[in-house]
Design a protein around this ligand. Sequence first.
Ligand code: ADP
Ligand code: ZN
Length: 429
Amino acid sequence: MFRDKAIETLSSEGLQKLQIERLQQTLKRAQSVPFYRERCKEIGIAPHDIQTYDDVRKLPFTTKKDLQEGYPFGFLAVPMSEVVRIHTTSGTTGKPTVVAYTAEDLESWSELIARNLTMAGMTSDDIFQNMVNYGMFTGGLGFHYGSEKIGAVTIPSATGNTHRQIEMLSDFGVTAIHCTPSYAMRIVEVVEEMGMSLPKLKYGLFGAEPWSEAVRAELEKRLGVEAFDSYGMSELFGPGVAFECPEHDGLHIWHDAYYVEIIDPKTGENLPPGVRGELVVTPLLKYAMPLLRYRTGDITMLMPEPCPCGRGMRIARLTGRTDDMLIIRGINVFPSQIEHIVMQIPGVGDQFMVTIERVNHLDEMSISVEITDDVFNGELDQLTKLQSRLVDELKERLELRTTIRLVERGSLPRFEGKAKRVIDLREGM
Ligand code: ADP
Ligand code: ZN
C-alpha cells in the first residue's frame, strides 16, 4: 500500500531533478546559518553550483560535534518566531543536541511517518498504541502525529507500567504497536507471565536502536506480529527517515525528503552500493534547521538491487554506529552481532549484558546471559553444555574468547527505552 505512489516510486530521472532542486534550496536556506555561510565561502560554493550528484560531494560535512558546539540555537536558519517545537536527542552519545521545527517541518515529518504506517499496511481501521517516551525523544510525538494523519486510533501510552500497557493492548483491541525492540521483548515476557494472548495484534513497528534478525523472529513468533524496522534520528526530524516495506529486506529511504550517501568514515570518500560505510544524509525538506551532509555515525550500505515493491533506494538494516563499535583485542565487534549469535541458541532467554575489562593489559569480554527456566532448573550437564556452546559459537563467529555467565531469567536489567547492553570498563572508554 502506498500513501504517495508517484513520489515513492519516482524513477531515477525524475528523482534526480527533484533532489537537485531541493539540494539547491537547502543550500540556500543554510546560508542563514553562520557555520554554513562561512564553510561555503571558504570552499567557494553557491546554490547554483549544485547541478549533479557529484557536485554534492563538494559540500562540507556536518557532525554531531558541530551541532553540539552550536548549542543551543546556533544552527537555526529561521527567526525564533517561526519555530513551533523543540526536541533534543536522547543523548546516548554525550551532550544533547537541540533540534527545532517550523510548522512546515512538522507537517513534512508527520507525512513521512504516515507513509511508514501505510507501507506497513495500516489504515484508519487500526488501533495503534505508541509505547515510547513522549518527552524530548522524537519517537513519541513523531509517530503520534503520523498515526493520527492516517486516521488510526492513536493511544499515547508512552512507556512504563508494563501491566497496564498490556491491559490496554488487550482491552482496546490494539492492532499495531510502536516501541523499541528491547521494550517489545519485555512486553512479550510479561504477556507470557500474565498468561495472556493478544490475538488482535498485527503490526509491530520497532526501531530507535539496532536489533537482530533473531530478535525479529522471537517477536514475530511470540507476539504474533509482522515486525517492521523503523529508522531515524532527531537531527533528521526523528523517525521517518527509512522504514521497511513488507518485503522486509532493507529499509526504504524517503528519497524526496533525504539525500543519502555512504562514505568511508576514515577518509570521507564516497562508497558504491553494496559496500558498508557511514550513512551521510542531507535532508531536503527541513526549514528550521537545514543540514548539509550530516554524518549520522550509523553504519549501513545502499542496497544495489531494486526492491520488488517498486519503491526507491533501500539501505540495509543498521548494524551499529561508528562510535559503538567495540574493538576488543583488535577485533571489531558490534553489540548487534553478539546479540545475533547469542539469541539464536536454544536455552538462551531474552536478555544479555556484555562487560569489557582490561586485565593484565588484555581486553577481556564477559557476557551474562539469561537462560530459560527449564534449562535453569534442569541438569548441571545441560548448563555446562550450553555454556561451552556459547563460548564456542562466539569464538568461531567473532574470533573472540569470552567468559559466559548463565543467569536466571529476570536477573538482568530491563529497558523501556534504548537498551544499554555493554559496560565498557577499560580506561578511556
Ligand atoms: P541519540 O543519538 O542521542 O540516541 P536519537 O534518539 O535521535 O539520538 O537516536 C538516533 C540513533 O538511534 C540513530 O543514529 C541510530 O544510531 C539509532 N537508531 C535509530 N533507529 C535505528 C534502527 N532501526 N536500527 C538501528 N539503530 C537505530
Ligand atoms: Zn520495498
